[in-house]
Design a protein around this ligand. Sequence first.
Ligand SMILES: Cc1cc2nc3c(=O)[nH]c(=O)nc-3n(C[C@H](O)[C@H](O)[C@H](O)COP(=O)(O)OP(=O)(O)OC[C@H]3O[C@@H](n4cnc5c(N)ncnc54)[C@H](O)[C@@H]3O)c2cc1C
Length: 386
Amino acid sequence: MSDDVDYYRIDELLAEEERMTAASVRNFVEREALPVIEGAHSREEFPRQLIPRMGELGLFGAHLKGYGCAGLSAVAYGLICQELEAGDSGLRSMASVQGSLAMYSIWRWGSEEQKRRWLPEMATGRLIGCFGLTEPDHGSDPGGMETRARRDGSHWILNGTKRWITNGSIADVSTVWAKDGETIRGFLVERGTPGFSAHDIKGKFSLRASITSELVLEDVRVPASSMLPEAQGLAGPFSCLNQARYGIVWGAIGAARTCYLTALRYAQARTQFGKPLASFQLVQAKLVHMISEITKAQLVAWRLGRLKDAGQVRPEQVSLAKRNNVGQALDIARLARDVLGASGIVNEYPVIRHMLNLETVNTYEGTYDMHTLIIGRDITGLDAIR
Ligand SMILES: Cc1cc2nc3c(=O)[nH]c(=O)nc-3n(C[C@H](O)[C@H](O)[C@H](O)COP(=O)(O)OP(=O)(O)OC[C@H]3O[C@@H](n4cnc5c(N)ncnc54)[C@H](O)[C@@H]3O)c2cc1C
């Protein structure tokens, strides 16, 4: 009998620092996040008291170098995401959006002045960032965005609406992508700038312990120095999404792990027809499917991380891993929910919360099907997206 989720001893492939990072985040999640996550989920809010602790632990922009960031390996950063998402996808989303979208956009495309101004405070969690790319009418096809930037002397004027923006209403700074003519550029918009407002989207059944907002920009006037000088075209936002997707590849394994372990323990403890559920062949087949897919996902994530550390990863490889790991995690969560029977639908167990969260994770940062088409284009040389 084994309740080991590291079936192929992937732990042995990790550096000591990576193991220690994973252990400290797991400890944080178990002691500080799990006790408050169900409450936050039911109130539809992010547990904001965790933000300074996440900053102290170096979880924001952990893979970035300089400017107060931890500068960890890609694998260590992945393990952080895995441990956070074992608690809730909302915790990992907070770290992903802060570090891989908002901070990365400044780190990769910003001026030296922008980096010094924002990154150290964002690394501590004292300042929060968000990333506004998606619009009400432009999701999978962000190139069609309608948000406009118009130069006006030493300023830019921004107009448009961004939707489904994680952390939007609590952000001190929003990276907003807008078109100047046909060129997509990024702008840093500070909270309180006249004409800028953020409204939360309520009524979500998924990712409830995460803030999701709509950003409205009405003649928002920002200084020329707030434009990200190095970003031009979709390469700007896409480079950030690629970072965040990489974290999701690992995060999904954490959610799947929690669902699998919950199902395994439940099946061992619950008796029907005079025997434990775990003794029935059909139940064993479900558990075996779960651990097999988790093991494959772990190997994909580990290899992807090592390629990333070597500077050799291609976006299509990230797409394959995101598509596979999240798709499988969602299947595992649904199977685990089934193994728990009626108990699978209540918050006494974390499974249905993870299952519902994973619906979002399967959709954001490129839907499952969009990644299918990206990989399809890569292997055939034929574009089926448009
Ligand atoms: C909780 C949450 C948080 C989010 N956070 C952020 C954020 O912080 N910042 C941000 O910018 N965005 C964010 N998003 C937005 C997210 O990235 C988009 O929802 C996603 O890109 C999909 O866009 P859409 O919802 O408009 O779906 P659509 O693009 O309308 O797609 C709907 C369906 O059509 C399919 N489809 C679309 N085009 C094709 C095609 N060519 N061929 C075949 N099928 C196709 C899709 O796969 C999908 O199944 C968030 C979303 C959610 C739910």
